[in-house]
Write a protein that binds this ligand. Structure first.
Ligand code: FES
Length: 141
């Protein structure tokens, strides 16, 4: 008998049986349901989609949306040109220093990453915190 989460992963995979290029939708749903993609999940997904574990891992590790560690908070700070012109690098450095965080590391459950353009250029510097857009990140507003 398999643990419940493995059965749940199989149920998710089976929902996408008729869908071509179903890896990303499956990964998104696993993140949505479980908040994490476990090493075991990668093996199950690879087996069901007839892919190698390396192929599945390549997608999981490439996209920041498929982070492997549980996070309390996920902050993405825009480092696009418009936001840089509005001080995003300085604001980000101050934010990281004040909160004891490091780019790209999961510190105390908080992951801060760079992103390039959130479509909020005119109200930059922009950031995205747990899916919520933030205008004038680190500014006075
Ligand atoms: S460059 Fe930052 S939102 Fe466009």
């Amino acid at each position: 008998m398999e643990p419940d989460n493995k059965i749940a992963i199989k149920n998710i995979i089976e929902k996408y049986e008729a869908v071509q290029c179903s890896l990303n939708p499956i990964l998104h749903e696993i993140i949505h349901e479980n908040g994490i993609i476990e090493k075991d999940d990668i093996e199950i997904i690879a087996k069901y989609l007839n892919l190698s574990r390396a192929e599945v891992w390549g997608v999981v590790s490439f996209y920041s949306d498929f982070k492997k560690k549980p996070q309390k908070s996920h902050i993405q700070i825009c480092c696009g040109e418009a936001c840089q012109a509005q001080g995003s690098a300085q604001n980000a450095d101050e934010y990281l220093t004040q909160n004891g965080l490091v780019w790209g590391e999961n510190s105390n459950g908080v992951l801060v990453e760079k992103i390039f353009c959130l479509g909020l250029c005119s109200r930059g510097p922009a950031a995205l915190e747990n899916g919520q857009l933030i205008a004038n990140f680190g500014g006075d507003e």
